[in-house]
Design a protein around this ligand. Structure first.
Ligand code: ATP
Length: 459
């Protein structure tokens, strides 16, 4: 065995990027990426040993890290780095009163049509041609549209009677409104301020699909920003720009991301303006996040239904008002998938195909991998000790199986930004080789300097 990492990866000069122009919207790649997510432990079909279960997915050992990193990056930008936003983790099980007040029990519906020819069901507002069945291609075969409510109901407690009826939340937002009074009474916030939450939501979608894009159980990252009414327009503009910036900073290509303002007929009844952050998916532009100017609809609706006055008294001005709300509402699972699509790249290296996930280091499941060139002593001990040290700060892979070239390829497919190779010279010169995922360039640095070298690069 050679005492240096495989020469195949010794320089990046021979790497020819196959296609810089956004590969993420190429339908052929979609299957390759879905395949990679299964093969490398990102996402598995739920209950697969029983044949799977209706568009539900489980995040595997690698996927759970990616998803967590997306949520952490959101929390960092939306809560940790700000002094005007606080966090919340409200319950998923909710009494009907909340959804009566919010309007979900009457309005949270999608128009459902059945095809009389093939029996398949469709969501009318998402069909390209509202008269043509995408399943059997028949025209004029649909039933009259029916409003189908997307709420999942259940019963809390041992008796399944009317009084025990509860709902799984279809969005996290209502928890922020129902806790408005608790939050202003127990913290130092004052408008403009936000309440942020990350968590699971459930919608009985008529047509889940496109892998994890639309599922019945998913995770959201939502923030309600409460502002004086006269400032609502200003903060609506502010949050649109902030949210777009977040995606770009984490590596979304500019040409695959856009902000689309809703047309008047798309707006919810309470919203005076809404814009979607959209990503160019393989099937076209689709939503990652909605940013809505919700006015005072929510606080007023809950005040009316609950009898609790949900407003703000500005002592300095001596005025009482119901704050208006700007809501950036993103999907964590959907966004993690979009980052994966955007990061996926295939290039040719010396006649061989290299698949690499060019994920932003903050999103990469593993930040670093430690790879001893041999399982023999003292390489293994040195490498294990280094991995243990690095794990104190980052999720770190340790891999001593197979040829080094194959191990690099595996880390490329996991999106690991750096691989540290402990080789036969390490015990003599006290140094290791660090390989960069994107350029494949290698540098040799002292063993004890690895963490210091990585720290600024993994920020
Ligand atoms: P759509 O038009 O795609 O049904 P929506 O406009 O109803 O979505 P919102 O209520 O604004 O979605 O929810 C905010 C975010 O939550 C969406 O932008 C999306 O990222 C995510 N989301 C909503 N529904 C789902 C779902 N069924 N599966 C995965 N993510 C979802």
């Amino acid at each position: 065995m050679s005492d240096t990492p495989s020469p195949e990866f010794a320089s990046s000069n021979d790497a020819t990027p196959s296609n810089d122009a956004t590969p993420s919207n190429d339908p052929g790649r979609f299957d390759q990426i879905v395949n990679l997510t299964k093969r490398r432990g990102f996402v598995y079909p739920s209950a697969e040993i029983y044949g799977g279960f209706r568009s539900t997915w489980d995040y595997g050992p690698v996927g759970v890290l990616l998803l967590r990193n997306v949520k952490d990056a959101w929390w960092r930008a939306m809560v940790q780095q700000r002094d005007d936003v606080v966090g919340l983790d409200a319950s998923i099980l909710t009494p009907p009163a909340v959804w009566e007040a919010s309007g979900h029990l009457t309005n949270f519906t999608d128009p459902l049509v059945d095809c009389k020819k093939c029996g398949q069901r469709w969501r009318l507002d998402k069909l390209e041609d509202p008269d043509k069945c995408p399943g059997c291609k028949a025209t004029g075969s649909f039933t009259e549209p029916r409003n189908f409510n997307l709420m999942f109901s259940t019963h809390a407690g041992p008796v399944a009677d009317e009084g025990a009826l509860a709902y799984l939340r279809p969005e996290t937002a209502q928890g922020m409104f129902t806790n408005f009074k608790n939050i202003i009474n127990t913290t130092r916030v004052r408008p403009p301020f936000g309440v942020a939450q990350v968590g699971k939501s459930f919608r009985n979608e008529i047509t889940p699909g496109n892998f994890v894009f639309r599922t019945r159980e998913f995770e959201q990252m939502e923030m309600e920003y409460f502002v004086p009414p006269e400032d609502a327009e200003k903060y609506y503009e502010y949050w649109k720009a902030e949210r777009e910036r977040w995606y770009l900073e984490l590596g979304m290509p500019r040409e695959s991301l856009r902000l689309r303002e809703h047309e008047a007929d798309e707006l919810s009844h309470y919203s005076s303006a809404t814009a979607d952050v959209e990503y160019l998916f393989p099937w076209g532009w689709d939503e990652l996040e909605g940013i809505a100017n919700r006015g005072d609809f929510d606080l007023k609706a809950h005040t009316e239904r609950s009898g609790e006055r949900l407003d703000w008294f500005d002592q300095a001005e001596g005025v009482r008002y119901v704050p208006h709300v700007i809501e950036p509402a993103a999907g964590a699972t959907r966004t993690a998938f979009a980052f994966l699509l955007a990061a996926y790249d295939v290039e040719e290296v010396r006649g061989e195909e290299r698949v690499v996930l060019r994920l932003h280091p903050r999103l990469a499941p593993y930040k670093v991998a430690v790879l001893p060139l041999s399982k023999k002593s003292p390489l293994q001990e040195t490498a294990r000790a280094l991995a243990a040290e690095l794990r104190d700060e980052w999720s770190c892979e340790y891999d001593e199986n197979q040829a080094i070239g194959r191990r690099y390829r595996r880390q490329d497919e996991l999106g690991t930004p750096y691989c540290v190779t402990v080789d036969f010279e390490t015990s003599e010169d006290g140094a290791v080789t660090i390989r960069d995922r994107d350029s494949m360039e290698q540098v040799r640095i002292p063993l004890e300097g690895v963490a210091d070298w990585l720290r600024p690069r993994l920020k």
